[in-house]
Design a protein around this ligand. Structure first.
Ligand SMILES: Cc1ncc(COP(=O)(O)O)c(C=O)c1O
Length: 241
């Protein structure tokens, strides 16, 4: 499949990114998705304050470039949780300070390592060079993904109906919508075929993203069948776009 498909379902709070993760040498290299990025994303450069972060590990280094608060003045000294099976969890003072301090942009290193392990264990990620980015909820992840991929005037395929929160972000951004009907198993291949085959060649080139909610679709409640998504829809997408 040559197109980027965004399918961020609720509670899957990560963006797959191409970054510095290590993987066995035999794993395939990811496709180069540079051409799918929005013009805004292509112009982005690393923030200088973030680029300097690794230098902070050097003993005695003092950073005058950012306003890192002194941990001695953090107002919370301990934090504990009780979960519904009765287990009590307590953060060590060091863990609590880490939570209250500025952290690396993709997320807290310990949390990232655990998320990556879970993704690898459950999904056996096939590519080398992948990473995760923690976001503040699904909506934050969605808006980051949309901004990363879409220019004003680009076309996004959306389920009809789809999640109103995503539409609220997308509508003022100037993208164009291509609605496709869903049934109890998500987008129907016939409806996708009818929608994309009606596009002009110029619009096909600008049809970059398919936004789908495969599990617990909001608001229809549908759950996508694997065969339909992996085989039928991918075939339509590759054939027509
Ligand atoms: C499909 C879908 N995506 C995203 C969200 C937003 O989730 P969050 O509260 O994690 O930002 C919701 C919330 O109902 C949703 O139904």
């Amino acid at each position: 499949m040559h197109r980027v498909t965004v399918s961020l379902k609720k509670n899957v709070r990560f963006l797959a990114t191409m970054a510095n993760a290590s993987a066995p040498a035999s794993t395939p290299k990811p496709a180069d998705h540079w051409n799918f990025l929005s013009e805004l994303s292509k112009r982005r450069e690393q923030s200088p304050t973030r680029a300097l972060m690794p230098l902070m590990k050097i003993p005695g280094m003092i950073n005058l470039g950012t306003g890192l608060p002194n941990a001695q003045f953090f107002p919370f000294k301990s934090l504990s949780f009780k979960i519904d099976d009765g287990t009590e969890l307590e953060l060590s003072p060091q863990e609590l300070n880490e939570c209250l301090q500025y952290a690396a942009t993709p997320g807290l290193p310990g949390l990232l390592a655990e998320l990556k392990k879970q993704i690898q264990d459950e999904h056996n990620h096939p590519y080398e060079k992948w990473d995760v980015c923690v976001t503040t909820g699904s909506q934050d992840g969605l808006t980051k993904a949309f901004e990363m991929l879409l220019n004003p005037g680009d076309i996004i395929i959306v389920e009809a109906p789809t999640y109103s929160g995503a539409l609220a972000y997308l509508k003022p951004s100037g993208v164009r919508f291509l609605p496709v009907a869903v049934d109890g198993e998500g987008i129907t291949p016939d409806a996708l075929k009818a929608a994309v085959s009606g596009l002009s060649a110029e619009d096909r080139a600008r049809c970059k993203v398919l936004y789908t909610i495969p599990t617990g679709q909001n608001p229809s409640g549908s759950r996508a069948g694997d065969a339909r998504y992996v085989t039928d829809l991918a075939t339509v997408y590759i054939s027509y776009l």
